[in-house]
Design a binder for this molecule. Structure first.
Ligand code: URA
Length: 213
């Protein structure tokens, strides 16, 4: 087990645990403050991210930076990562075996950074971390106690860039919720979602992804 994020990033930089390693230019491990109180989790690197080795540096990233600014945060104040660290070809969804091979990195990032709030960006990471088949439109709008933190699911910035003003408004609302939770601190009650050994949290579709199961 790595003791620091730097050590973990060095391990990830050499990773060949899945097929995605064959097509990558760079491993996109994550970026930002290693002591961040809020961590954003996207799906996987796109073309620009693969080329630069940094998450959310394309158009989606620009919008994310803008929305962060609206709640008084800069990119360096937060930590940004993805479920998978290497670009899936043609930006397809990561496959279960790829997620499985990569999930240890995300798990360790969460342990080492220990954020108060986790923001999942879009359907993919929201459904995976909350272990549900419910879509983002229904999931968002609330904060979930999750492993002694808050998890706030919101739309992926790419969805807002498609031009629906309601999506952008919803993202602003969700980020305001994040700002409020940072004031408030971690949840006091026990987590209700995906607790260790909690069979009731299982559902066959997502259990096989078992990110934290
Ligand atoms: N989309 C993602 O999910 N992650 C990135 O890093 C960039 C775009």
């Amino acid at each position: 087990m790595a003791e620091t994020l730097v050590e973990l990033a060095a391990v990830a930089a050499e990773c060949t645990r899945c097929e995605l390693s064959k097509g990558r230019t760079n491993v996109v491990f994550g970026s930002g403050d290693r002591d961040a109180r809020v961590m954003f989790i996207g799906e996987g690197p796109g073309e620009q991210e693969d080329l630069q080795g940094l998450p959310f540096v394309g158009r989606s990233g620009q919008l994310l930076t803008q929305l962060l600014g609206e709640i008084g945060l800069e990119r360096d104040d937060v930590y940004i990562a993805n479920v998978v660290k290497c670009r899936p070809p043609g930006n397809r969804d990561p496959r279960p075996d790829e997620i499985d091979a990569c999930k240890g990195y995300l798990k360790e990032q969460l342990r080492l950074i220990d954020p108060v709030v986790v923001v999942t960006l879009g359907n993919f990471s929201s459904k995976l971390l909350l272990r549900t088949t419910t879509g983002i439109t229904r999931l968002r709008g609330t904060a979930y106690p999750w492993w002694h933190r808050w998890l706030v699911p919101t739309f992926h910035p790419a969805a807002a860039l498609r031009g629906n003003p309601k999506v952008l408004a919803a993202m602003r609302e969700d980020l305001q919720r994040v700002a409020d939770l940072l004031e408030q601190g971690p949840p006091e009650e026990e987590p209700t979602t995906a607790t260790p050994g909690d069979e009731s949290a299982d559902d066959s579709d997502t259990e096989q992804l078992g990110l934290f199961g």
